[in-house]
Design a protein around this ligand. Structure first.
Ligand code: ZN
Length: 300
């Protein structure tokens, strides 16, 4: 017992040192693997950083494939259906003015963010905003940005005006403004020059049906615009039109639609479109169409 006491601490220290060296030289596999990420192509650290900076709107990655971390792990086709949400126009070129002189971009942005939140509720769908800062980029750049993230579906969000012939004058809060209370409602556009034109049409029809089911009314303002090249009714009862020359639709590598969510020149509809509950109801209708479309969609 007298001899054992001084030897025991030395043995313990030697054992600890040996264990430390073994760990440094041959780490267990669990130490090498990255923590499980809730988003394809992103590590937990990237997800946490994005969440902290409020950057949930950016595209999750630029690949059709999920590349798991870990030595020897092979890329696998991503599992989630990816939706690009395009906020029509930009901060400096904001599109039409509402009956109360509010810029269309403001309506588009709020609706796009509401849709982003709604789509994020569905586990197998991931969505991103194409130009989240509203920078003044060209339409071709807008399409390029979306295509670089390889979405499965492209949805451009807009709000409608009417032809100049239908506009009237009034004064809102002492400022002159233009209005048109004659037309009300949504319209959906597709392009026959889109690479996935059949799928675009299929989604657009579903979208029109879901909008009707949710109680929204298609606008008739575009019915007399067939003289514009490629701008023709496909199914006016569900608000669906062809507009082949729309750049963001024809340049999109994925199926694509543009939705005019409502007519902001209509004074009553403008008020509805500014109501968050109304926007959520519309976003749920769009989400429902996306969910149905995603089930039958196979990626090329
Ligand atoms: Zn617009």
């Amino acid at each position: 017992m007298v001899l054992f006491k001084p030897i025991f601490p030395s043995l313990l220290i030697a054992f600890m040192l040996a264990l430390l060296i073994a760990c440094l030289c041959f780490p267990p596999k669990s130490c090498l693997a990255a923590p499980m990420s809730p988003e394809p192509g992103r590590t937990m650290r990237e997800v946490r950083r994005a969440d902290a900076s409020g950057d949930q709107m950016a595209a999750p990655d630029n690949s059709r494939y999920h590349r798991p971390s870990g030595k020897g792990a092979r890329p696998v086709p991503r599992l989630k259906f990816r939706v690009a949400i395009d906020i029509g126009h930009s901060r400096t070129t904001p599109g039409a003015l509402s009956a109360r002189n509010r810029p269309e971009y403001e309506f588009n942005r709020k609706m796009a963010l509401t849709l982003l939140r709604e789509l994020s509720r569905t586990a197998r769908i991931e969505a991103f905003i194409v130009n989240p800062e509203g920078e003044d980029i060209t339409l071709h750049q807008r399409s390029g940005l979306a295509n670089s993230a390889h979405p499965d579906l492209f949805i451009s969000i807009h709000h409608d005006s009417v032809k100049p012939d239908y506009l009237g004058e009034w004064t809102h809060r002492g400022v002159a403004a233009q209005l048109c209370d004659k037309f009300w409602g949504f319209s959906i556009f597709i392009s026959q020059r889109n690479a996935g034109k059949k799928a675009s049409r299929s989604f657009a029809q579903r979208l029109g049906a879901e909008m009707l089911k949710a109680g929204f009314i298609p606008s008739t303002a575009h019915l007399d615009m067939a003289e514009v090249e490629g701008h023709q009714p496909v199914d006016a009862h569900s608000g669906l039109y062809r507009y082949d020359g729309l750049i963001v639709l024809k340049d999109s590598h994925s199926p694509a639609v543009l939705i005019e969510c409502g007519t902001i020149k209509n004074r009553a509809e403008e008020k509805f479109l500014r109501n968050p509950a109304y926007r959520r109801r519309m976003a749920r209708a769009i989400r429902s169409a996306v969910e149905h479309f995603a089930v039958g969609y196979s990626r090329n």
